[in-house]
Design a protein around this ligand. Sequence first.
Ligand SMILES: [Zn+2]
Length: 297
Amino acid sequence: MNVVAIDFETANERRDSACAVGLAWIEGGRVVRRESRLIRPPQMRFSPGNIRIHGILPADVRDAPTFPEAMAPFLPDLAGGLVLAHNAGFDMGVLAASLGAYGEPVPTLTGHCTLQIARRIFPDPAGCGLSKVAGRLGIRFEHHDAGEDAFACAEIALAAVRETGARDVPDLVRGLGLTPIRAINAPRRDLVRSTSARALRVAGVTPPVAAADLRFSLRGSTGNRYVVVFEESAGGPYLRCSCPAGTHRRRCRHVDALVDGDITDLISNNPEDVERLRLRIGDATVGPVRIKGAAAA
Ligand SMILES: [Zn+2]
């Protein structure tokens, strides 16, 4: 079974706007091959927040291959393989939406998330964002270059294999009992957005998102549904969760997940808004999101 780590960068908040891909193949306990490609997204609309993260400009990808062209050499390795990504819900979503945008089928693959793996094997109060985990494990890489991010993701999985004494990555995910993450084409939520937002989008302008629009439903560990709402309060950005911890004004795992961009338990159909939230609160993940009344410790 091929084991490949993958990372996508996107031009804007849409899942089908991939502008770069990085891949890292794992074999015999090490990374044996690395590739990265620029991709020309179907619409040349780049959001400033996304450019700030990855530094890719429209001019960089104007002559780049389309998503199906760029991915064609790699899809056979992904099909039937174990595909790792750090926050795999995002990358599996990009893969599915981008192939879907061109009417291409999505290969059957087993997706697994190194963010989930890191939370289990290398938990830390500072969080398990890619750069945080990689930093703690001494993995040197250039964050937000797709090829480098895929490499770091692969190295995190390999570190977890060594830490747990698993035979290999498939043995690791089996041992952890992780649920595979699927790459499926979700209904396109942007088709039901307001006409004014669509008009702005057509004009090539990213519509401003009111804080009150950032609202998420998440599945709790006991199956309950919780609602997290983003607010701009006088004390700074605030994520209010309806779960028991949240109503006691404590930081909860639902807020942690959204801050990390982890959409594993997202049941509202708005992964693009998780990306908007992530861009709004910046790249420093957990730090800048102040939770009202949270203990200082
Ligand atoms: Zn909560």
